[in-house]
Design a protein around this ligand. Structure first.
Ligand code: SF4
Ligand code: SF4
Length: 69
């Protein structure tokens, strides 16, 4: 199964990834980054990530790295 890591220093909080993930595993967080924007977080409690890497491909800031569990 797949897993991703989000680099919060690169993320510009555009939220493209939140609508790109076919499993809805990337969510807007209630925490803010250094720019004051809401961060995104990977939430996969049921191990649903299929490792498709669509989130990483669509992120304009290359903030998402796909890794494997
Ligand atoms: S697509 Fe990239 S820059 Fe945009 S919110 Fe997601 S991780 Fe951040
Ligand atoms: S690799 Fe695919 S399933 Fe996993 S978080 Fe990214 S878009 Fe979602």
């Amino acid at each position: 199964m797949g897993k991703i890591v989000i680099d919060q220093n690169r993320c510009k909080s555009c939220y493209i990834c939140t609508t790109t993930c076919p499993k809805g595993l990337i969510k807007k967080s209630d925490k803010t980054n250094r720019l004051g924007d809401y961060m995104v977080e990977f939430v996969d409690e049921k191990n649903e990530c299929i490792g498709c890497a669509m989130c990483a491909k669509r992120c304009p800031d290359m903030a998402i790295t796909e890794v494997w569990r």
